[in-house]
Design a protein around this ligand. Structure first.
Ligand code: ADP
Ligand code: MG
Length: 222
């Protein structure tokens, strides 16, 4: 599903360096990524999603060499094939929660917004316990509710790859288990692949494999 080869990345004006010599994730695998703050976990997810491009090396997701696509190609590929649950949610304040969840369908021709999709959005919101908030705006929701809205948005297009950046970080223990169950169920139902950054070590046994981020690090990074 994912192959990374000889990847080198740095931000302009930053000492941080990320290098990944070779790494592969099989289709359907559920991977946890752990590591200290600032070690580059979010950077790696952004490289997998084609939000960032490497200085050197190749990132392949499914049939697509993400790192070799142009800006528009990476964007369309990401919106239709990758469900990204961002660490800071990235909900749009001027849209209702329902419109946030439907947003991927409005910004690419690759996805078609039908009645069935709308219905599925509402069902997902019900499963996540936020169906009563669909008409509200993000600033009227708690952190945990925003996080669940971001998860609904990521799952709605039934992506092949789900990238979750501390997706359970703001949830209380009961919700954490429920949301994780839903995330795993969605992954299994769609034969999707999951790469999840987490700080919750008690969740690690639920994953097929744990990548400890420390092993990717080199250079002068923290
Ligand atoms: P993590 O998710 O593991 O906490 P990040 O991938 O967010 O780590 O960050 C890795 C390093 O890159 C940190 O030192 C961080 O300060 C730096 N960094 C992150 N984003 C940027 C950016 N846009 N510009 C410059 N440096 C950045
Ligand atoms: Mg991070």
């Amino acid at each position: 599903m994912i192959t990374i080869s000889n990847l080198h990345f740095h931000y302009p004006n930053s000492e941080f360096r990320l290098t990944v010599p070779e790494s592969a994730v099989s289709s359907g695998e559920k991977i946890a990524v752990v590591g200290p703050s600032g070690s580059g976990k979010t950077t790696l997810l952004n490289l997998l999603a084609g939000i960032l491009t490497p200085d050197q090396g190749k990132v392949q997701v499914g049939e697509v060499a993400v790192s070799e696509q142009g800006d528009a190609g990476r964007r369309d590929f990401r919106i239709s094939n990758i469900g990204f649950i961002f660490q800071d949610f990235e909900l749009l304040d001027y849209l209702s929660i329902l419109d946030n969840i439907l947003h991927p369908y409005r910004i690419t021709g690759a996805l078609q917004l039908t009645g069935e999709v709308r219905q599925r959005a509402i069902s997902l919101a019900e499963e996540m316990g936020i169906a009563g908030h669909l008409k509200k705006h993000p600033d009227e929701l708690s952190q945990g509710e925003k996080q669940r809205a971001a998860i609904c948005r990521a799952l709605l297009p039934k992506p092949d790859l789900i990238l979750a950046d501390e997706a359970t970080g703001n949830l209380d223990p009961a919700n954490k288990t429920r949301i994780l169950d839903l995330l795993f169920k969605s992954v299994e139902d769609h034969d999707a692949t999951l790469v999840a950054v987490t700080h919750d070590h008690e969740l690690l046994p639920r994953f097929d494999r744990v990548i400890d981020f420390q092993s990717f690090q080199s250079g002068d990074g923290p």
